[in-house]
Design a binder for this molecule. Structure first.
Ligand SMILES: NC(=O)c1ccc[n+]([C@@H]2O[C@H](COP(=O)([O-])OP(=O)(O)OC[C@H]3O[C@@H](n4cnc5c(N)ncnc54)[C@H](O)[C@@H]3O)[C@@H](O)[C@H]2O)c1
Length: 352
């Protein structure tokens, strides 16, 4: 499978990726190579990786898994490990893990000795189609996500769906929400292909993964720093993130993808009301999301709280909540303010 050209790096697939990675390691003459993992990918993914690639010298750095560890403490531990184990400006970090490993590892790489090389080998569906692509690195500040970070591209990205074999089912399905979102903001043919999957959806399909990466990459190439086009990637995320935050606060479990799935339905409904987004496509979106994720019940007070939480959205400027809406599939509209009663209506639509 042919690679995808990104900003200053390439995204390789399967066997060719391991050859390219090995050649890169040989040609760059790195002083030390650190494979950054979390406690789960250390068990499940390191052995798979080592089986695929020719032998080279490396040390491992294992972070604690989970969003709650995507913070400055984990970064300090990695900086110290690098520093205490001969890390220097010619060191390389290979992030072998999900979005959390990639985001922290990329952040650490961008700051250690004012910037060293890193490579992403994503091991979750979400990190394959989204987090590993586009050069955003970062950590959370308390409960606020991605408050500290950098734009710093990897030297390459290697995609191999083999890693998905050990990922639990719910994490796998969760990542699919971003694939579906990519189709909505960019590509009617891809959208039709996704919704035509009748009974079982092949979440590990490499062609689907590649199409999804191509969309994200195309958008990032147009607008790396999220001044305009890249904002489209936030479709479904304004309400999706607020829903995610509410569940976090209430200690109720909801996967990121589930929250984004609901956000997609709500924001497609609002798009229909404000910009006449076609009703037949809105119905198809709702049906597809509800085929994948169980419907979640919301009380009136939960919806009120979700609306209050919108105030923390990263796209807000000058105290306004800015939505990304769709005029049609592939036609995003940026920075739209939405009345609260329309948000309430959108929850009614989702619930019935
Ligand atoms: N930088 C970006 O542009 C960007 C984009 C989207 C999301 N993100 C970030 O990505 C993060 C979410 O990433 P995620 O969904 O990959 O979560 P994650 O990294 O927490 O991984 C999910 C869980 O799966 C485990 N795991 C990972 N790969 C595995 C495998 N192959 N087998 C078994 N277990 C495995 C992990 O240890 C973890 O427990 C969030 O912090 C989000 O902010 C970043």
């Amino acid at each position: 499978m042919k690679e995808i050209k990104a900003n200053n790096y390439s995204i390789f697939f399967k066997d060719k990726g391991y050859i390219e990675l090995y050649n890169h390691i040989q040609s760059e003459n790195y002083s030390t190579i650190f494979i950054h993992l979390d406690n789960n990918t250390n068990i499940h993914c390191l052995k798979v990786f080592l089986k695929q690639i020719q032998t080279f010298d490396y040390q491992t750095i294992v972070s604690k898994s989970g969003e709650e560890n995507k913070n400055i403490n984990s970064s300090v531990i990695i900086w110290e490990k690098l520093s205490n184990n001969n890390g220097d400006r010619k060191s390389l970090i290979i992030n072998l893990g999900g979005g959390v490993v990639g985001d922290i590892g990329g952040f650490v790489a961008s700051t250690f000795k004012r910037g060293i090389n890193y490579i992403n080998i994503p091991t979750t569906l979400l990190s394959m189609v989204d987090a590993s692509i586009g050069g955003k690195t970062g950590i959370d500040l308390g409960f606020l996500k991605n408050q500290v970070g950098t734009f710093y591209d990897p030297k390459m990205v290697l995609i191999d769906p083999l890693y998905l074999d050990t990922l639990n089912e719910s994490e796998l399905i969760s990542g699919y929400a971003e694939i579906f979102k990519h189709s909505l903001i960019c590509d009617l043919i891809f959208f039709n292909k996704l919704i035509s999957q009748q009974n079982s959806i092949d979440f590990k399909n490499l062609k689907t993964i590649k199409s999804s990466i191509e969309i994200k990459n195309k958008i990032v190439l147009k607008d790396r720093k999220e001044l305009k086009e890249r904002k489209a990637l936030n479709f479904g995320h304004t309400l999706g993130h607020a829903i995610e935050s509410l569940f976090l606060e209430n200690n109720k479990r909801l996967l990121h993808g589930e929250a984004i799935g609901i956000g997609i339905v709500l924001e497609a409904f609002i798009s229909n009301k404000i910009f006449d987004f076609p009703i037949d496509k809105l119905t198809k979106i709702k049906n597809h999301i509800l085929k994948i994720f169980n419907r979640v019940d919301f009380t009136k007070s939960e919806i009120d709280n979700i609306i209050k939480l919108l105030i923390h959205d990263k796209k807000n400027t000058h105290g306004k909540v800015n939505f990304i809406l769709l005029k049609d599939i592939g036609q995003p509209i940026y920075d739209i303010e939405v009345e609260n009663n329309l948000i309430l209506e959108s929850f009614n639509y989702y619930s019935n």
